[in-house]
Design a protein around this ligand. Structure first.
Ligand SMILES: Cc1ncc(COP(=O)(O)O)c(C=O)c1O
Length: 405
């Protein structure tokens, strides 16, 4: 029995499918933007569970909500509806362009639903051959077979046999490239308003407006994957709200449950009407536990205090990074919006992001990368000024040690 053995990082290699390369320490406790590992070492957390923990670890209001709901109703299945799911759906509708909601459990599942809906809508409302999906190089949409195929990093989709068909990829932020491939057989254009995993690259204003116009011209749906950029991460509830460009379908996950797994696909009445009973589904999607926590997380995040605080924290992070760069000169660019920030390493440090992450962890700082050459910052939206300052001091130390190694 595994309970009788000491659990350590080696246990991972013995018992887990070898698809991840987790850090060599095991976190056991978190509070706000601090984490502790098995040895009691403390870390400042600038990763937030990869843009999930918008309110930090174990936010007391979320913990209480979860406890209370856990004594009432955990799961009921889609044979019934439930009050928390209906309440959360209404909140999302009130806060966005949407009129209909589908709940799932992960970003990939929300995207899978979005792509199926787009195909179904185009086939039933237009023509059976209107099935082409236009997507972008470096895009990331999840790990189901459809979502890795729409994603723009071929390595994730290779080696699993024949891929879903009729998907084309073009360079991000290149309107001419979209113009060259879009036609009346296009069913949807899919994009992240700010590419996250692919390098923290915001769409330009001109690009998003141009893509919207091209979609309208060719009666193609515009799908925004806001799994990473959504739920306050950029300082608005959804990133599309900075651009004034409305999608037809939007997917949201990660921060939606503040760390409890839940995702949603949002769309309009007219598009939702392409689906009928039995056309799609999930056992756990919209369960009362996740939706109750989602309601409370959304209520806290979708307030001027939290959203305006994101901008302030963005400025603090950028200023601290600029100071570090004045000392060490290792960055060529800072980009992103709100608390989705990428620090791009200079040409001579290409491929070195992982080494800096390891050194940061040694100094007690949890950071992310986006690709091999970009440090990525996705802390809690309510991280304190002291924690930002402390984390940046640790980053400074890590870079200094790393450069002198
Ligand atoms: C933009 C985007 N879409 C989809 C996903 C997949 O979400 P999940 O891992 O919850 O399936 C991610 C995860 O990083 C993401 O960043």
């Amino acid at each position: 029995m595994i309970e009788n053995k000491a659990i350590n990082r080696n246990t991972y290699d013995q018992v887990m499918l070898p698809i991840y390369a987790p850090a060599n320490f095991i976190p056991v406790r978190g509070q706000g933007s601090r984490l502790w590992d098995q040895q009691g070492k403390e870390y400042v957390d600038f990763a937030g569970g990869i843009a999930v923990l918008a309110l930090g670890h174990c936010h007391p209001v979320l913990v209480n909500t979860l406890k209370q709901q856990s004594e009432k109703l955990w799961h009921i299945s889609n044979i019934f509806t439930n009050e928390p799911a209906l309440t959360l759906a209404q909140k999302l509708i009130d806060a966005t362009f949407a009129q209909k909601v589908f709940f799932a459990n992960s970003g990939a599942e929300a995207n899978e639903a979005a792509f199926k809906l787009a195909r179904r809508y185009a086939i039933t409302r237009h023509h059976p051959t209107k099935t082409r999906i236009i997507a972008f190089h470096q895009a990331f949409h999840g790990r189901t077979f459809f979502t890795v195929s729409v994603g723009g990093q071929p390595k994730y989709a290779e080696g699993f046999g024949p891929n879903p068909a009729d998907i084309v990829h073009v360079p991000f932020n290149d309107l001419d490239a979209v113009r060259a491939v879009i036609d009346d057989r296009t069913c949807a254009v899919v994009l992240e308003p700010i590419q996250g995993e692919g390098g923290v690259t915001p769409a330009t204003m001109e690009f998003l407006h141009g893509v919207r116009e091209l979609c309208d011209k060719h009666q193609a749906l515009l799908i925004f994957d806001e799994v990473q950029s959504g739920v306050g991460r950029t300082g608005k509830l959804y990133a599309y709200q900075h651009y004034g460009v409305q999608p037809d379908i939007l997917t949201t996950a990660k921060a939606l449950g503040g760390g409890f797994p839940i995702s949603a696909m949002l769309t309009t009445d007219a598009i939702a009407a392409a689906m009928e009973t039995g056309a799609h589904g999930t056992t756990y999607g919209g369960n009362p536990l996740a939706c109750t926590v989602g309601c409370v997380a959304l209520d806290i995040i979708n307030t001027p205090e939290v959203l305006m605080g994101v901008e302030k924290r963005h400025d603090m992070v950028i200023q601290a990074l600029e100071k570090i760069d004045q000392k060490y000169g290792i960055f060529q660019e800072f980009r992103g919006k709100g608390l989705l920030i990428g620090a791009v390493l200079k040409a001579e440090y290409q491929g070195k992001a992982k080494e800096i992450l390891q050194q940061a962890a040694e100094q007690g700082l949890i950071l992310l990368s986006a690709g091999d050459s970009i440090l990525r910052f996705t802390p809690s939206l309510i991280i304190s000024e002291d924690e930002i300052t402390e984390g940046m001091m640790r980053l400074d130390m890590a870079i200094s040690r790393w450069l002198n190694k």
